[in-house]
Design a protein around this ligand. Structure first.
Ligand code: ZN
Length: 409
């Protein structure tokens, strides 16, 4: 601060700044909100409604009984055909929504009425524009009472995540009782992206989230035929799951290994081939690996999480990654890569490393497999075929089996 500083001048400047801010806000309000897109993502765990608009929406929510309804009043909005269309988006098998109604409540307010099939815990939040998305108002409907679905820990983990409880402390490495010789090897497959987050999109509009789910299901079916192996999927639906929840689900299931399945994309359409990544605590093995980790770690912002500043991503839990987990991850990666060379060109002949958030379980050997480049025209076509999906799945299975024989305990 200069010695000649004049406090009145400072106040004046502050006053001008405040006035500017006010006028900006007024302009903001003067511009009317326009609904740009509406989407409904039903899943067994939770249903998400996304309202996308040109400017942030301000809203009020309340519930009404018999029939059970959640009402959302959106201010300064005129009903348009995009928003009106939301009533047609409800699927008969949606576990939470019976029907949606929307109407111009008064000349400034649009009312969305969500008629419910069961009691829900709603979680509403807004998201600032990112990637192709404009401003989003997200309405997540969770079941009010938890009924475990096939011992799946997902719902409980999502709840903890939304309360911020998964972030409160560094992951505890609980001593898991030593496995008996006849215990099955637990494999958790993680189809990347899902729901609001399509992942990479190819020239022919093939979406990464759909392809990787198909490949994961094929690999799951192959694993189920193997004696000593058992398998779980982080998601088996088109649902968005935060990265941290995927990691914690693998840990909750006492996974012996974790494979996150993806399809790569690059600005140059000539880039092609399969690659395998493991977590690095010391920076990325190449600029491309670092770029990829960065884009993959954005999945939470694109898919939409209710809490800002997910501390997990800057967490120092890398320090906790145990030496055995690290060397087993590299071994798993090498074995998968060595089998994949028989079904596709390799983008990189070695396992690459970078700071992927989804590979940060301190006690579960984890790799991320980029099956092929969805941004490459030829590989996009291949990725859509059952034949190539089966070949990739079989290569991963062979890699898993050879890893299980070689791993250090
Ligand atoms: Zn991906």
């Amino acid at each position: 601060m200069p010695a000649s500083f004049d406090p009145t001048r400072r106040l004046l400047i502050k006053g001008i700044a405040a006035a500017c801010l006010l006028s900006v806000t007024r302009v903001g309000f003067a511009a009317t909100a326009q609904m740009a897109a509406v989407r409904v993502w039903p899943s067994s765990t939770y249903t998400r409604i996304t309202l996308e608009s040109n400017i942030p929406l301000s809203y009020k929510q309340f519930t009404l009984p018999s029939p059970n309804r959640l009402v959302i009043d959106i201010d300064d909005l005129s009903l348009n055909s995009t928003f009106r269309n939301i009533t047609s988006l409800v699927q008969p098998n949606d576990p939470y929504i019976k029907q949606l109604r929307v109407g111009q409540f008064d000349n400034k307010t649009v009312r969305l009425v969500i008629e419910l099939k069961q009691d829900v815990k709603p979680n509403l939040f807004t998201l600032s524009p990112i990637a192709e998305f404009k401003n989003r108002l997200v309405i997540d409907l969770y079941p009010a009472t938890q009924t475990a679905i096939d011992d799946d820990p997902l719902l409980a983990l999502l709840e903890d995540f939304n309360k911020g409880q998964l972030d409160d402390e560094d992951p505890v490495i609980t001593a898991i009782p030593p496995k008996k010789a006849d215990d099955k090897v637990v494999i958790v497959l993680d189809p990347g992206h899902g729901g609001e987050d399509p992942g990479a999109v190819g020239y022919y509009k093939t979406r990464e989230k759909d392809i990787v789910l198909q490949i994961a299901r094929r690999l799951r079916d192959l694993i189920r035929k193997e004696k000593g192996l058992t398998v779980h999927l982080t998601r088996n639906e088109d649902v968005f799951l935060p990265l941290r929840v995927r990691v914690e689900k693998a840990r909750a299931l006492h996974a012996d290994l974790f494979i996150s399945i993806h399809a790569d994309a690059f600005t140059k359409r000539s880039a092609k081939g399969s690659s395998v990544f493991a977590l690095s605590a010391k920076g990325a093995s190449s600029t491309a690996a670092s770029y990829l980790a960065q884009t993959q770690n954005e999945a939470d912002e694109i898919g939409g999480v209710s809490r800002s500043g997910d501390r997990y991503l800057d967490h120092t839990i890398l320090d906790l990654v145990q030496t055995t987990t690290k060397s087993n991850s590299l071994l798993l990666g090498r074995e998968i890569l060595s089998k994949m060379q028989y079904v596709n060109t390799l983008h990189k002949a070695q396992v690459e490393t970078a700071g992927f958030a989804v590979l940060k379980a301190p006690d579960v050997p984890s790799v991320l497999v980029e099956t092929a480049f969805i941004s490459n025209l030829n590989e996009e076509k291949k990725l859509k075929t059952a034949n190539f999906q089966n070949q990739i799945a079989k290569a991963m299975l062979d890699g898993i089996k050879s890893y299980v024989k070689l791993r250090k305990n």
